[in-house]
Design a protein around this ligand. Structure first.
Ligand code: CUA
Length: 311
């Protein structure tokens, strides 16, 4: 599903698009120039024809031509490229001064997202402050997955038993869609995530909000919903901060009401989809590890009201 119209889409009239167009034309111009020069040499060679015995001797000796054109010049170019490459990669690998640590664990088929320095967890939707370096720790708890948000960074595998690190920075606020890039089972294609880059002040407000448990249930429906949640298997698999629900198998639901999507970006987070997800998650994501839960209609509505209130 494409986030149509999201700020992550490149504005075709913006300065970034102009800059990219400039780079594109420059590279195209260089390629054309190289083509014309090489083609020119070929034409000259064809016109002059093969040098025959007793013909006009070349002004450059063959030995010098091979030494200069075949060894010295290529060596100098390769040496220059090697120095520049080593410099650039050293610069890229250098840890930033004050990166934000985020730990992401790939699971069948969703992403656990922890903010160890801020002290809370979420799932599938990764808020980051725009402009700040992010140090993303990557792990997996079952099979190999691969974390890939094409607009922000290259893909890095999440491997059970091995801790990988991915550093990136979202320069501009926006929503960047990502996707598991390593086949990991039946729902691999629907193991997506979004990175939400907020303006620093917005991120700060979000983080402070997330450091406190959600407000207690407001009204009868939400209270009943909380009771339904705690008295059914839900609480054994999911965590809601500030309650006795501390299950670790499924995603942390402390902020489920403020998330945009359900099921690792499978369907939008609406009351109808949430009802469908609770009662028959397999109809939305066949093979999903969450079992269906049968509830009386009133209980289901109350549960959804409670979950949507968790922000
Ligand atoms: Cu996880 Cu593919």
């Amino acid at each position: 599903m494409i986030l149509a119209g999201s700020p992550s889409m490149l504005d075709p009239h913006g300065p970034e698009a102009h800059r990219l167009a400039g780079v594109w034309w420059l590279m195209f111009g260089i390629a054309v120039a190289v083509y014309v020069i090489v083609a020119g040499f070929i034409v000259v060679g064809l016109v002059r024809g093969r040098r025959t015995e007793g013909g006009r001797p070349s002004r450059i000796s063959e030995g010098a031509f091979i030494w200069v054109g075949g060894i010295i010049v290529p060596s100098a170019i390769l040496l220059l490229l090697a120095v520049v490459t080593v410099q650039a990669t050293t610069h890229l690998r250098r840890p930033a001064h004050d990166p934000l640590q985020i730990e992401v664990t790939g699971k069948q088929w969703w992403w656990e997202v922890r903010y160890p320095t801020l002290g809370f967890s979420t799932a599938n939707e990764i808020h980051v402050p725009a402009g700040r370096q992010i140090e993303l720790g990557l792990d997996a708890s079952d099979v190999v997955h691969s974390f890939w948000v094409p607009q922000l960074a290259g893909k890095v595998d999440t491997i059970p038993g091995q801790h990988n690190v991915l550093r990136f920075r979202a320069d501009k606020p926006g929503v960047y869609r990502g996707q598991c890039a390593e086949y990991c089972g039946v729902q691999h294609a629907h193991m997506a995530m979004i990175v939400i880059a907020d303006a620093p002040a917005t991120f700060e407000r979000w983080a402070v909000r997330r450091q406190h448990p959600p407000s207690p249930p407001d009204g009868d429906a939400q209270s009943r919903g909380e009771l339904v949640f705690m008295s059914h298997p839900c609480a054994g698999c999911h965590t809601i901060a500030g309650t006795q629900a501390d299950g670790k198998r499924g995603p942390d639901l402390t902020d489920i009401g403020s998330r945009r999507w359900l099921g690792a970006i499978a369907v939008p987070n609406t009351a109808n989809f949430l009802e469908a997800w609770i009662t028959a998650p397999g109809t939305i994501k066949p093979g999903v590890l969450m079992p269906p839960t049968q509830l009386a209609p009133d209980d289901l509505r109350a549960l959804v009201a409670y979950l949507e209130s968790l922000k």
